[in-house]
Write a protein that binds this ligand. Structure first.
Ligand SMILES: Cc1cc2nc3c(=O)[nH]c(=O)nc-3n(C[C@H](O)[C@H](O)[C@H](O)COP(=O)(O)OP(=O)(O)OC[C@H]3O[C@@H](n4cnc5c(N)ncnc54)[C@H](O)[C@@H]3O)c2cc1C
Length: 55
């Protein structure tokens, strides 16, 4: 099954991982230049603990 996940916020990232873990052909799309959604700009000192986070 091919699935598109729109948005790479907390919900989109978790959904994408769950889909990939079950063997779906899933692709994520994010309109901004980085993943994380609200968490990336709600607090200046907050960072996503992922290699795909802000560089
Ligand atoms: C100040 C603040 C404090 C918070 N504190 C907490 C907390 O302590 N605990 C907690 O559980 N929650 C907290 N929240 C809420 C938490 O941020 C949200 O619950 C969470 O970010 C929701 O994740 P989400 O993926 O649904 O949405 P979002 O984080 O909003 O991510 C949605 C993503 O989709 C992208 N997107 C939207 N439309 C499109 C499109 N058409 N195409 C491509 N990409 C698109 C956006 O750019 C964004 O990156 C807080 C929120 C704020 C603002």
């Amino acid at each position: 099954m091919r699935v598109a996940v729109i948005g790479a916020g907390a919900a989109g990232l978790a959904t994408l991982k769950a889909l990939l873990d079950t063997g779906c052909e899933a692709v994520g799309y994010e309109q901004r230049d980085r993943p994380g959604g609200l968490w990336t700009d709600a607090y200046a000192s907050l960072h996503l603990n992922t290699s795909r986070g802000r560089r």
